[in-house]
Each structure stands twice: as C-alpha cells, then as structure tokens.
Design a protein around this ligand. Structure first.
Ligand code: SF4
Length: 590
C-alpha cells in the first residue's frame, strides 16, 4: 500500500535552505527563533541554523550557486500549486534535518531519524538500511544524540524515503495514520480537497518530529547502577512534547536529558533541561537543573549549572510542562535555548513563574546546591559486554569507525539483535551501537559478530577515541577531509588520548568538551587545541600541524597532566610572515 504524503513534508524548508552545507550538527549554538508571530516575514538571516550556508546568501543567488556546486537536488518542489508553495514557506523554517525535513549537504540530502531513547527494532533497522540503499548513498550515521541519519539522499527520492521510514513507524507519533487524509486519495484529488488538512498536518508533523529530543542512557532499565528505569518516562515525555500544540514553537534543538543514575550514561552534553535520579531517604527523586549537565565527578569540564530542586518521578512530566510553558511565556523571540532565557531571567524567577503551572511546591532547594551524581559515569561500558541488572543477561556494544555504518553492517547488527538479543538495538550518544538482553552463553558470539562487522568492542582500540565531523566530503564549510584524516590519525594515537577533528569552529561532532581538538585550517592541516576548562576547544597549543605532526604532538602532550592555558594570540603570526610548517609545542616542558 502506498502512503499519500502531503507535499509540504518534503518541500518544507524555504528555498534559501536548499543549499546548506549542513552535515547534521547535533548541538550547535546557532538556531532559528521558532516563535514567529503568524504572518511575519521570514528573513533570510533567520534561516541560519546549525552548520548551514544558506543564511548569508540571497535565495536566487544561492539557488544558482547551489546548482553549480551541488548537482544533487535534495529538496524537491513537489507541486506548483501556489497554495502548497505558500504553505511550504509558512512551515517551520529551520536548517536542522529531520525525518520530514531533508536538507542539503555536499554529499546529497540529509535525513535525520529521531529514535525514542535511541531504540529501534531489528525490523526498523533493516528498513533504514534498505531505504538508504534505494534512496540514498547507503551511508548511515549514528549521531551524538543517539539518533540515526541517512546521508546522500538522491534528488527526487525524498518522498519515497520519507514514506519508507514512516511505514517503518520511525516518524513522529500519529504520522502513519495522519499521513492518510481521507479514503486512499490520489495525489491529484488529495491536493484539491485536502490542501488545508495536509498543510496543517505537515506543520504539525514537522513540529512533532522536531521536538522529539529526550536523551536517556542506552542501558536504561538494565544498568545495575540505575536508580530508576527512565525508558517509560522518556516515552511519556515524548508523548507530552508531541501532543501539546504550544511546544511546536520550541526550537528543534531544544533538548531534555533524563538521567536514571546509570553508570553507562552520557552526562557531559549540555541540555536545556536536565533531570537526574537521586536516592532520597524514602524514595527516588529527580533532581533538575537548567542549561547544563548533571554534576558528575567523571565529567569535570562539563557545564554544571547546579541543581535547583527535586521532584517525584510522578511529577516529572508536569514539571517539564511547566518549565516549557515558562520558557515560551518569557523568552524573547530570538531566544531559542534555555541559556538565552537565563541570560535575562534568574533561575529562581523562572521557578516562581513555573509554579503557576503545577500543584506541587516549586522553589530552589538550597540543600541541593552541591549535589552530584552518586555514580561516576563510565563511557567505556558502551564497548564490549557488561552484565545487566537482570541476572544472566548482558548488553554488548561496538563502535563503528567515526560513527558511520553502511547498509550491510546495519543489517548485520539487526541479525545479531534478532538471533541473540531481544530484537532491538540501541544507538548511543557516543555514536556507537548497543545490543541489550543477551544471554551469557551468547555473549562471545555477539562480540565476535560485532568485530566481524567492523565495530570496535575494546576501549583500548584507538578508533574508539577519535571523532570527526563530516568534513569536506559532506560539508561545504570544512577546510579538510576530517573523516579521512581521523582514520589516518587513529593508528598513531597515543593511549588514553581522546581527540576530535573539526572542519570548522562549529564543532558539529562534539557537543561536549573533548580533551584535544584538531581544527582544520587547510586540507590535511590543523591547529591543535587542548581543553582548559573554558568553553570552546580550550587553548591553542600548536599551529598548522599535519596529521603525522599532530600525532607526535599528542604523544608529547599525553604525558602532561595539567591543562596548558596559553592564549591563542601567543602563537598567531603576522599575516605577512609565513607560518612554519611545524609549530613548536606551546608547553615549555614539551
Ligand atoms: S565543517 Fe564540520 S564542524 Fe563545520 S559545519 Fe561542517 S560538519 Fe560542522
């Protein structure tokens, strides 16, 4: 049976967005103001979001440039109907990819599939693998928010790809039934009689897809250290986000973290609202904070905004609703993230405002000021086998190189999950894959299977400590082929050193503070930064390194514990002065 899809779904982005350099930035600071008054003109400058090029270029000129630079047409103009065209322009303007909003990248269209809690069934994994071959280049990426994205969507295949993914129940809630307005309409009759319905549906579906941003541990409900199984609560929050019409005004990047206290947990990604389970004298409660991360001894450089208060698990959804309404009540139209609101309103004022939306006390609890997670997070548990809280069961995980899978590998993972696990897969925010519920006798077979599929299962494997953005093959902004350079660097990486290669300062691959960052300045050439506790990449400690030179520099720096805090200006050469090929390390001891 063929799905009828409102054309707006795959022609949703304004023309200016059709030539982004986007590669799927997961945690950028740049975003659109989502709360535009009805009828307000959308300026080109409003279209800047994530790692897109669209904003700076007027649409017609951009379109011509795009046609020259990117032969693949990735956003299909499905209908010449002026109503449809108007509706498409009026839809949520954003350069963030989604399942229903395929945006352009240098290597074709980019379609992001948001997974509830990072989970998908083996059948859904197979559907994504097959669709990626039929409609795209066959490359699938695990994102650093535990989602999947299909790269290289071919021009003219957008609707078919979306249809395949919705049929696999990977779309926002209600997409499958709502995408069929009326009794099996043809495209022609539907367009004539259901324009209003389809436009409304397209807008609603896009918003529902955009707001599905709740992160939990990939081992939720299974981690022996977990204080609370967050998976059901995550589903409740996702339902809330998609069902409240007002929340459609939230930015596609507005994100929640729900931490159950697991040891396998990513708690160094800043979130707009975070909640973390804590054991009280009588019961489990959720401590929460705004615009930051749960304080964790294992993430000393993360943005710990500090805990504000705590609520019962049964109050979490009401709390989130109250906080989101408060954000929408008080934030200026160009304030898209919680940190923007905190720049103009004290946290206590926000709690005071939120109180009107809940029937339980909501005020700062000073006793939580120094609260920390009881369990130190350990990212290495994503690799290899770890026992679950359910006796006799394990989860096993592997890291695909630089987070990329091909269709055959995804099929292989689905087979492993089907044969030895519970038939589901978990994507992790370290761009890796976890297979849960494996019986003890099957652990060796699964680890062997992951290895045969090319996934690293041992934290000692250097490839597990390297991350890279899409680079110049996928992003027009990149000054280097970061993916290829990362693969070259990995075999020469010293033990226990984590490094991040970024094609430009936008840092798409890393939402957290990485110990070392190589920032591209030219093809195959990078400046080296070391984390120093400040926002951003840290201190620049060497300029214009080749990959081999970067390897040597990292080897030397790996033995120096203290962060090197030297201003970058120290190393900037006069423009007329040729820069040396190899910059001496900044640390006087190096
Ligand atoms: S070059 Fe890399 S970091 Fe910069 S926008 Fe492109 S993908 Fe993002």
């Amino acid at each position: 049976m063929s799905l009828w899809l409102p054309p707006q779904l795959y022609a949703a982005s304004p023309p200016a967005l059709r030539a982004t350099g986007s590669t799927g930035k997961a945690a950028t600071d740049f975003d659109l103001p989502a709360r535009r008054p009805a009828g307000e003109t959308v300026r080109a400058s409003q279209h800047r979001a994530g790692c897109t090029d669209a904003a700076a270029t007027p649409a017609p000129r951009l379109a011509r440039a795009t046609a020259r630079r990117y032969p693949v047409s990735v956003l299909k103009q499905a209908s010449s109907s002026p109503v449809v065209h108007h509706a498409a322009l009026a839809l949520r303007p954003s350069a963030c990819p989604g399942l229903l909003r395929i945006v352009a990248a240098r290597d074709g269209g980019l379609c992001r599939i948001k997974l509830p809690g990072g989970a998908l069934s083996a059948a859904q994994a197979r559907a994504i693998a097959d669709a990626s071959v039929q409609h795209a280049a066959g490359t699938i990426e695990v994102t650093n928010r535990a989602n999947l994205q299909v790269r290289g969507v071919r021009g003219g295949h957008e609707a078919a790809l979306i249809e395949a993914l919705i049929e696999a129940e990977l779309g926002p809630s209600g997409a499958l039934t709502s995408a069929r307005p009326g009794p099996t309409p043809t495209m022609a009759t539907a367009e004539a009689s259901h324009v209003d319905t389809s436009a409304a549906y397209a807008s609603t579906a896009l918003a529902a897809d955009d707001v599905r941003n709740v992160m939990i541990s990939p081992a939720a409900g299974r981690d022996p250290f977990a204080l609370f199984d967050t998976a059901p609560l995550c589903n409740e929050l996702l339902a809330l986000l998609q069902s409240e019409p007002r929340f459609a005004a939230l930015s596609p990047k507005f994100a929640l973290l729900l931490d159950g206290g697991e040891k396998l947990a990513r708690v160094d990604h800043p979130h707009d609202v975070w909640l973390a389970a804590t054991q009280g004298p009588d019961d489990v409660r959720f401590v929460f904070g705004l615009a930051g991360c749960p304080p964790d001894a294992g993430s000393p450089h993360a943005n710990h905004g500090g805990a504000l208060s705590a609520v019962l698990p049964s109050q979490v959804c009401a709390l989130i609703g109250a906080v989101l309404h408060t954000f929408l009540d008080l934030a200026a139209t160009d304030a898209t993230r919680m940190r923007h609101l905190l720049a103009t309103h004290a946290a206590d004022a926000l709690l005071h405002h939120a109180q009107r939306y809940v029937d339980f006390p909501l005020s700062r609890d000073a006793s939580l000021a120094g609260w920390q997670r009881a369990t130190r997070a350990d990212a290495s548990l994503r690799l290899g086998a770890s026992d679950q809280r359910q006796p006799g069961t394990w989860h096993a995980g592997g890291q695909p190189p630089l987070g990329r899978l091909d269709a055959a590998t995804l099929h292989g993972l689905a087979t492993l999950a089907h044969l030895h696990g519970d038939g589901t897969l978990r994507m992790t925010p370290w761009q890796s894959v976890l297979l849960p519920d494996i019986a003890t006798h099957a652990v060796a077979a699964v680890i062997n299977g992951l290895t045969e599929l090319g996934l690293a299962t041992d934290p000692a494997q250097a490839i597990t400590r390297v991350m890279a953005c899409a680079g110049s093959t996928g992003c027009a902004r990149s000054l280097a082929d970061t993916k290829a350079d990362a693969l070259r660097l990995a075999p020469r990486l010293p033990a226990d050193v984590d490094v991040h290669l970024s094609g430009c300062p936008r840092s798409c691959a890393a939402a957290h503070c990485v110990p070392f960052t190589l920032l591209a300045v030219a093809p195959g050439t990078y400046d080296l930064y070391r984390r120093n506790g400040q926002p951003g990449f840290g201190a620049c400690v060497a300029h214009r390194l080749t990959i081999d030179e970067a390897s040597d520099a990292l080897t030397r720096l790996a033995h120096i514990d203290a962060p090197i805090d030297i201003p970058v200006d120290t190393h900037i050469h006069d423009a007329a002065e040729p820069r040396p090929r190899t910059k001496p390390m900044s640390n006087p001891d190096a």
